[in-house]
Design a protein around this ligand. Structure first.
Ligand code: G3P
Length: 214
């Protein structure tokens, strides 16, 4: 499973990169707005800090505008992937961009039919937002399960990015389902390593080691 970081925060990206487990970054307008930094400079720094795919979101609504915006974003760095919300206009744009070799991350996906259409249009990634489904008492992970099965049935190469992750259990369940990627907020990714029994074990070993004669 690949781990992407769901953030536009450079400190977080550099920190997780130093752990040796960072495969990519996903941003969105809300995450970028939190950084309060000039867009161009921030994007350049993020794309340098993370050599893997970096998703930048298009905000245009009409097909030709989405295509023009996406081409501009894709020029910013070789590892840029353009994030496009799943709409009919977004699908049209995806087909064109995929034909030009520009990677598309089809986002704001909440149903298996949306995911199927994204794959047919040639999206490189699809992003089901599971936490937001859980938030309205739906089963976010059920959607991931359906998408993974559909893609396997037809051998679509589109990779599933499990997005809107809220806690470590989401990561475990996504991995059990064989999802390709989790895009994880920093607050969740730092929780993945810790276990109280590991801490207690280290403490005991150190206490006992102190009793060993040199
Ligand atoms: O990558 C998608 C993610 O940023 C959305 O997360 O927590 O706003 O639902 P959230």
């Amino acid at each position: 499973m690949k781990f992407f970081l769901d953030t536009a925060n450079l400190r977080e990206i550099r920190e997780v990169s130093s752990w040796g487990i960072l495969d990519g970054v996903t941003t969105n307008p809300s995450l970028l707005a939190k950084e309060n930094a000039p867009f161009e400079e921030l994007v350049r720094a993020i794309c340098e800090a993370c050599p893997g795919p970096v998703s930048l979101e298009c905000v245009s609504a009409q097909g030709p505008d989405i295509v023009a915006e996406a081409r501009g974003l894709a020029k910013k760095a070789p590892n840029v992937v353009v994030k496009i919300p799943i709409t009919l206009e977004g699908l049209r744009a995806t087909k064109i961009l995929a034909g030009e070799g520009i990677g598309v991350n089809m986002t704001l996906v909440f149903s298996p039919t949306q995911a199927l259409l994204a794959a047919k249009a040639g999206a490189r990634f699809v992003s089901p937002f599971i936490g937001r489904l859980d938030d309205i008492s739906e089963e976010g992970m059920g959607l991931v399960e359906e998408i993974v099965r559909i893609y396997e049935n037809y051998r679509f190469p589109t990779e599933v990015i499990v997005a809107s992750i809220r806690h470590p259990r989401h990561v475990v369940e996504a991995a059990l389902l064989g999802a390709d990627i989790c895009t994880i907020p920093f607050g969740v990714i730092e929780k993945l390593v810790g276990h109280p029994l590991t801490d207690a074990g280290i403490e005991k070993f150190l206490r006992d080691w102190a009793k060993v004669r040199a």
